[in-house]
Design a protein around this ligand. Structure first.
Ligand code: SF4
Length: 253
């Protein structure tokens, strides 16, 4: 085995799958953008526009742990700076509503309720702790959802989300499957963590996840993707199945 390739049989944390998932998202997003462009829609996202980084960004628990690990690896002064931003975000969000109510939010709640929470969060104006000069300071390690979110509406509309219309590029998001990866329930249930609460979640709610061979994580991701596709197909007949190897049309198998 090449020293550059991970040993698929060696026990690993679910975070070991992230590099492959980032590559998968790049592929899925590339295809979705090409499709949007073929329809005459242009992506308006650009460097220096961080309006969407004030939204409630629900990341998978696996990525919340990766964010906590990333912060822990920072040099002491930088780590203290970032931790202070997370603490300030927690303080401002807690003044609005209990932090645990966001962690325990029902993913199957009616769309109006989810919209109410998302709009309330956005009105707080809490920037992601990694946003600097309206740019992402952890760009290569940003969560999957940050990669999956692109708009074709005017960039100025993003600063007034929930007032003006924003059109995002439509795609089946691998982040939805990742949120089910570490679940020990049958069928696997998603766990989402608002990005700004990643350190709070890690302190208060994280539980150990047993290492598994990479091949097992891949199989679990694919099973979660089929589940997501089944859910989507109930609402969207043209839902796509996202696997580690390809994106296919045709709904759930
Ligand atoms: S991680 Fe980066 S891209 Fe994602 S919300 Fe934070 S600043 Fe924005």
């Amino acid at each position: 085995m090449s020293k550059d390739r991970p040993d698929a049989a060696a026990p690993a944390s679910p975070q070991a799958l992230l590099p492959a998932l980032r590559a998968l998202v790049a592929e899925v997003v590339g295809a979705a953008v090409a499709e949007a462009e073929a329809q005459g829609r242009q992506v308006s996202c650009a460097a220096g526009c961080g309006a969407c980084c004030r939204q409630l960004v629900p990341i998978a628990d696996v990525e919340a742990q990766a964010i906590a690990d990333l912060v822990e690896r920072l040099p002491p002064a930088r780590r203290a700076e970032i931790e202070a931003r997370f603490a300030e975000a927690e303080r401002r969000i807690a003044a609005w509503q209990p932090l645990d109510s966001l962690l325990d939010a029902d993913v199957d709640a009616p769309a109006e309720e989810q919209l109410r929470v998302a709009a309330g969060y956005f009105r707080l104006g809490v920037a992601c702790p990694f946003l600097e000069d309206e740019s992402c300071s952890i760009y290569p390690e940003r969560p999957l959802l940050c990669r999956e979110y692109l708009v074709t509406s005017p960039a100025a509309h993003c600063a007034r989300q929930y007032e003006l219309r924003t059109d995002s590029v439509r795609l089946t998001r691998p982040s939805w499957s990742l949120a089910r990866l570490a679940s020990d329930e049958t069928p696997p249930q998603p766990t989402y963590v608002p990005l700004s609460l990643a350190l709070y979640w890690q302190r208060e709610r994280a539980r150990p996840v047993a290492p598994q061979p990479l091949a097992v994580w891949v199989a679990r991701f694919e099973a979660a993707s089929r589940l997501v596709a089944e859910k989507l197909a109930q609402a969207e007949p043209d839902a796509v199945v996202v696997t580690m190897h390809r994106t296919t049309d045709g709904g759930a198998p």
